[in-house]
Write a protein that binds this ligand. Sequence first.
Ligand SMILES: CC(C)(COP(=O)(O)OP(=O)(O)OC[C@H]1O[C@@H](n2cnc3c(N)ncnc32)[C@H](O)[C@@H]1OP(=O)(O)O)[C@@H](O)C(=O)NCCC(=O)NCCS
Length: 172
Amino acid sequence: MVSLVRPAEVEDAAAIAAVHVATWRTTYRGLLPDDFLNSLDESGYEERWRRILVEPSSRVYVAADGPQVVGFASGGRERAGEDGFSGELYAIYVVQEAQGRGHGRRLVQAVVGGLRELGLEDMIVWVLRDNADARKFYERLGGAYVRTQPITIGSALLQEVSYGWRSLDAIV
Ligand SMILES: CC(C)(COP(=O)(O)OP(=O)(O)OC[C@H]1O[C@@H](n2cnc3c(N)ncnc32)[C@H](O)[C@@H]1OP(=O)(O)O)[C@@H](O)C(=O)NCCC(=O)NCCS
């Protein structure tokens, strides 16, 4: 099967929403409340992605196995005023069955290209502190721990940590 990463189109909104909801449920079961995960609504996310995909500043990519979208990533200008960072990886999700096959790295590389197009030179990403697998992935790609802060998702009060790359060239 041919695997590739390409820029997302507005027609991908439904597939991205499906990956989004499915991977939140597999990744965050046990970390986020069950009722919150069960209530995630694909059609609501599809609308949200449809809006994001037409924004000129948005950089969204999908990973495909043949015709099937199995992952996506998005990035752009850093959103919270974090000192020393102007670019951000907003989200990256690969469905469980397709993880560990290089889609994640290819998606990050695509986002890096998008950040460069926007004139950005560094990248930060936020990840739940207890999402050990994603943290290892960012560490493998050369990310350096930045800091920890609280985050509320649904009714859950959690901690998130950030990883940073001071130069996009440092992403391996
Ligand atoms: C995290 C995620 C995006 C990584 O994508 P992936 O396609 O599984 O990862 P890749 O196959 O591209 O791996 C790239 C490198 O990271 C390493 N890596 C990935 N996951 C790892 C893990 N859990 N532990 C150790 N190394 C890991 C791989 O071994 C590979 O290194 P290598 O080239 O030396 O073999 C994906 O697993 C995912 O979507 N997870 C669930 C959702 C999630 O947590 N998203 C992040 C939210 S902030």
